[in-house]
Ligand binder design. Structure first.
Ligand code: SAM
Ligand code: SF4
Length: 326
């Protein structure tokens, strides 16, 4: 029987965090000194992740996303991709990454069976990226996206967290990338979670303003269906004749919880039914004890909240997205 929550939403998508660690320290996500990392023994092995996915697939799981922390810093990522590819009924395997290692890994990951990639890029200027990410890794997002494209990891989505006074002067530069490239540039509203240094109201730019500022320069934007794969919370638009699209993800100004089709697996094996809030059920214990996971998964779904508590619990002890697989 499929996975349906108490509000009738069918769950067919799992976001899997495979590490809480990262080679960046984005100011909106992590404190500069990092976070108290999970002990290695608590982190699910690739085999354990595969076993969880294999048990959920007959219940209706069809799509998975590998995320983190930064998933590409975990060794032999292609081994996990290959294992997930071999699980029957899994139709789509995607990766969320900061992109630093894509030029090196894209072809290998595609060869192992990865379908597509979402890449974070908060600036097109290497020195500004170094400032926002607090690590100077000479990262060039356009080069990384080109590597993903050359490897066939399509559609390519570029995620930009928009921060007033920090990177909002680059909105049009990002949007211009969609004119020539078949890329989907998605502007994300800054959320007040994790390291709060930059996550204050003064930095939030509502998505309606983002679209207005882009169309003021590039011309009218028409609603678009967006990329054919990966139905998520983004609304898409396009400049007339452009190769790609412009998306907005609006956790702060519009909620999309009614269509939520996803749950999350943390790196230490907890099933999280909402990105924000405390709704978690341990799967690692039952898995390591050789028990069936289905009753635990159904218990978690029975408790999946109707809506996230982001707006009501502003800055109130929410875990960083790197800890819950944002
Ligand atoms: N390290 C990978 C990356 O950066 O894409 C995957 C994990 S990261 C936690 C997933 C997404 O969460 C990224 O697109 C990141 O920009 C977003 N994110 C993290 N903290 C955020 C915040 N406070 N507000 C909005 N988006 C955030
Ligand atoms: Fe790392 Fe991604 Fe968080 Fe940036 S947003 S610190 S890249 S996990």
């Amino acid at each position: 029987m499929s996975l349906i929550d108490q509000f009738g939403r069918t769950i067919e998508y799992l976001r899997i965090s495979i590490t809480d660690r990262c080679n960046f320290r984005c100011s909106y996500c992590m404190p500069v000194e990092g976070l108290p990392w999970l002990p290695k023994a608590d982190i699910l092995s690739y085999e354990e992740i595969r076993d969880i996915v294999a048990e959920l697939a007959p219940l209706g799981l069809r799509r998975v996303r590998i995320t983190g922390g930064e998933p590409t810093i975990r060794p032999q990522l292609e081994t996990l991709v290959r294992m997930l590819r071999d699980v029957p009924a899994i139709e789509d395997i995607a990766l969320s990454t900061n992109g630093v290692k894509l030029p090196e890994l894209a072809a290998r990951l595609a060869g192992a069976g990865l379908d597509r990639v979402n890449m974070s890029a908060d600036s097109l200027r290497p020195e500004r990226i170094a400032h926002i990410a607090r690590r100077d890794l000479s990262f060039e997002p356009v080069r990384a996206a080109q590597a993903a494209q050359a490897a066939g990891l399509l559609p390519i989505k570029l995620n930009v967290v928009v921060m007033r006074g920090i990177n909002d002067d680059e909105l049009v530069d990002f949007a211009r990338l969609t004119l020539e490239n078949p890329w989907h540039v998605r502007f994300i509203e800054l959320m007040p979670v994790g390291s709060l240094e930059a996550s204050t109201d003064q930095h939030v730019v509502p998505s309606d303003e983002v679209l207005e500022r882009v169309s003021d320069v590039l011309g009218p934007l028409s609603a678009s269906t967006g990329p054919s794969r990966g139905n998520g919370p983004a609304a898409y638009y396009a400049v007339d004749g452009a190769a790609g699209t412009i998306g907005v993800i609006t956790p702060m100004t519009h909620t999309y919880c009614g269509q939520c089709n996803r749950v999350r697996l943390t790196a230490d094996g907890r099933l999280r039914t909402c990105l924000f809030g405390d709704h978690e059920v341990d799967l690692r214990g039952p898995l390591r004890a050789g028990h069936l996971l289905e009753p635990h998964v159904r218990r978690a779904l029975a408790d999946k909240p109707e809506q996230h508590a982001l707006l009501s619990r502003r800055n109130g002890g929410l875990r960083a997205l790197s800890q819950v697989g944002g």
